[in-house]
Write a protein of this length. Structure first.
Length: 159
């Protein structure tokens, strides 16, 4: 079978000189993105305003928490517990934390999650322990992870 398709006609690409692009860029207003510190995120949690935090706020907080913990050793576990408590009702935060927790217990080369967050996972897991993702992550944490994962697979009839 031999089909011939017509070639679509496209508008010409405007030709701009570097000077025109520089002039255009100089007319743009300065845009800044303010990323709150871990302290600001924790303050929002303490004030009951965690629902006002954006996805970017949470991602940055999780990313920077390990370094923050090094400077605030006495508060690291308490603040991690508070973050997990928020995650119970915040699905975006849940997904970020669980993904990074799975990487943390896997053979990931990079530091993807603060140790204090990994260690305080039970606060969250105890609230939603019946769900499969939490059972799998708990299995990762056990000494015999392979056996625990096999048991879950058999119970859930999944491979």
């Amino acid at each position: 079978m031999n089909s011939q398709f017509s070639i679509p006609s496209l508008p010409e690409t405007p030709q701009c000189s570097p000077n025109q692009l520089i002039q255009l860029a100089s007319k743009l207003s300065d845009a800044t993105i303010s990323i709150p510190s871990v302290d600001k995120v924790l303050e929002a949690i303490e004030q009951g305003k965690a629902d006002q935090l954006s996805k970017l706020d949470w991602i940055y907080c999780i990313y920077a928490k390990a370094q923050w913990d090094q400077q605030n050793i006495d508060r690291s576990r308490k603040t991690s517990a508070a973050i997990w408590k928020v995650a119970i009702s915040n699905s975006c935060l849940q997904h970020q934390l669980l993904w990074r927790l799975a990487l943390y217990y896997g053979d990931c080369q990079e530091q993807v999650l603060a140790q204090s967050l990994a260690e305080s996972f039970d606060i969250f897991a105890n609230s939603v322990s019946h769900l499969l993702p939490f059972q799998i992550i708990r299995a990762f944490r056990s000494v015999q992870a392979g056996i625990e994962l096999a048991k879950i697979a058999c119970e859930q009839r999944v491979n």
